[in-house]
Design a binder for this molecule. Structure first.
Ligand code: SF4
Length: 300
């Protein structure tokens, strides 16, 4: 590979991976593709931008708080991750993202939420909030859940698939003690459901934390019904609810992961024929300006 081009890729979105991810990548091609730099990330896609959802624009309501839908907001608790997924929706934004750090910044977020009583669901996200120490994670969780109007606090993390030992008994217990906490995670192929990952899911589940999975449909990783079904079945064994499969967002730098719409629809149809409803996520697209996640069968 051309060193200069790879350097350009690194400048745009650096390579980051912990030891666990590197070891898993050595065993799984499907996982490795999510971690490895690819010169095709430089392909410019005229129709795509770094910020199609206006997270740095109209959706940015106060420092580190984004709102795109009336009933939910997202708080940026970190701009770092255990691994930089090459397909990340925020790959162009993370480097310079505003992150909530001080008590005053967190308090401003709470003020915003109180001023918007229709907000009932708060995502603590990033980046990955679990790169923070437990006390810091709980500072966000406790502050947000203390608001009566907030009924759901979603901790969005890829730790389960890229750093499962981060889910310690102690952390799982503390999260489980808060009745509002859900964990949203991302597994993209069955190889990611290692024994360590399975055990980490169990620690959360046995402490009363519901875990849901959002998968991204990625060319060369999971773009067949067979691979998807393997994943959904493994998730169900781990008592993780397969929740959404997203087609790639309209962001620049991920063209090599895009799956043609007809193929995505065919994968969804075949999965629906072969697994029961509890194991079948909704295949959707996040469409800029839309008030909902759009089923792929409705896309042009
Ligand atoms: S863990 Fe999430 S936020 Fe971090 S790089 Fe991967 S997809 Fe992006």
């Amino acid at each position: 590979m051309d060193d200069d081009l790879i350097r350009q890729v690194e400048e745009k979105f650096p390579f980051v991976a912990n030891e666990y991810a590197k070891n898993l990548a050595a065993k799984s091609i499907a996982f490795r593709k999510q971690m490895e730099l690819d010169v095709r990330e430089l392909d410019d896609e005229d129709d795509f931008s770094e910020d199609p959802f206006g997270e740095d624009g109209e959706a940015n309501c106060c420092l580190g708080l984004k709102q795109r839908f009336p009933d939910r907001v997202l708080i940026m608790a970190s701009n770092a991750c255990f691994m930089n997924c090459r397909h990340c929706t925020r790959k162009g934004l993370l480097k310079h993202a505003d992150v909530v750090r001080t008590d005053e910044e967190l308090s401003d977020c709470l003020i915003y939420i109180r001023e918007h009583p229709e907000v009932r669901d708060v995502l603590i996200s990033g980046g990955d909030p679990l790169v923070l120490p437990d006390d810091e994670v709980m500072r966000f969780v406790d502050a947000v859940s203390s608001l009566e109007q907030v009924e759901v606090v979603r901790l969005c993390t890829r730790a389960l698939s890229v750093n499962p030992s981060r889910i310690t008994d102690e952390l799982a217990k503390r999260l489980g003690q808060n009745q509002k906490v859900w964990v949203n995670t991302q597994f993209n192929c069955a190889d990611e459901l290692t024994q360590e990952a399975f055990d980490a899911c169990q620690r959360l589940v046995s402490n009363g934390v519901l875990v849901s999975c959002q998968t991204v449909l990625l060319a060369g990783v999971n773009d067949s019904a067979e691979e998807m079904l393997k994943l959904f079945r493994a998730l169900q064994r781990a008592k993780v609810r397969p929740y959404y499969v997203f087609v790639c967002d309209p962001i620049a730098g991920i063209s090599h992961f895009r799956v043609p719409l007809e193929k995505a629809i065919a994968i969804e149809k075949e999965c629906a024929e072969k697994i029961g409803g509890l194991g079948l996520p909704r295949f959707v697209a996040d469409v800029p300006g839309s008030k909902r996640k759009v089923p792929i069968s409705e896309l042009d």
